[in-house]
Design a protein around this ligand. Structure first.
Ligand SMILES: [Fe+2]
Length: 208
């Protein structure tokens, strides 16, 4: 169910995002982090993780203004009939893949945890590096995003050669799924006898 989102933010919003990241990482200690030694999925909102084995500089818990959150929430929820996705309260994960940090790599993996939906947003880049989701590759442009279900599908970046100056900067907006109360009420109405389409192997019958 991957979905591309073009031109996610205005230039003004991108400027706000860039200054939030710059201000918040400036106060943090940069710590070398190895998942196999220091732990995988260990949230660290007060440092920058420098992951040499991933060629990645990563800052979790970056907080953006409400207007940014309102925008990504409405993008993610538009067109969804039965669910309401909400951003977690842990802030967002900003990363830069760059060979100056090590060899950028992302092995095929499922996420663990409670974030059932992620908006992978490409903030800026100097090179193309497709994102693999299941057996498909997706090339994002700057200021584009892709919505994916990281618990359900393997995701990765294909192995490639890197040169000095190559960089891919991303923000991961993590969403959890909460039930929309109005939709739950609708389900209760159907349970109590309200009219609803009945589906059969021959098609849909519209009335009860
Ligand atoms: Fe992941």
């Amino acid at each position: 169910m991957e979905k591309f989102i073009k031109e996610v933010f205005t230039q003004e919003e991108i400027d706000i995002i860039e200054s939030c990241i710059a201000e918040q990482v400036a106060t943090r200690e940069v710590v070398e982090w190895d998942d196999s030694v220091d732990g995988e999925h260990v949230f660290q909102g007060k440092i920058v993780k420098l992951q040499k084995d991933l060629g990645r500089y990563g800052a979790e818990g970056i907080v953006f203004p409400k207007e940014i959150y309102d925008k990504v929430s409405s993008i993610v929820n538009s067109g969804l009939a039965n669910n309401m996705y909400k951003l977690t309260n842990q802030g967002e994960f900003y990363v830069e893949y760059n060979p100056k940090y090590g060899t950028p790599a992302l092995l095929p993996h499922y996420d663990s945890g409670t974030c059932t939906l992620i908006l992978d947003y490409q903030l800026s880049s100097t090179t193309d590096w497709p994102l693999g989701i299941d057996d498909k590759l997706y090339q994002l442009k700057d200021n584009e995003g892709i919505i994916l279900k990281p618990l359900d599908y393997l995701h990765y970046r294909p192995v490639r050669e890197w040169s000095e100056g190559d960089s891919v900067r991303m923000i991961f907006f993590n969403f959890i799924n909460t039930l929309d109360i109005e939709h739950k009420n609708r389900i209760n109405d159907i349970y109590a006898g309200a009219s609803a389409p009945i589906n059969t192997s021959d098609g849909v019958i519209d009335e009860v």
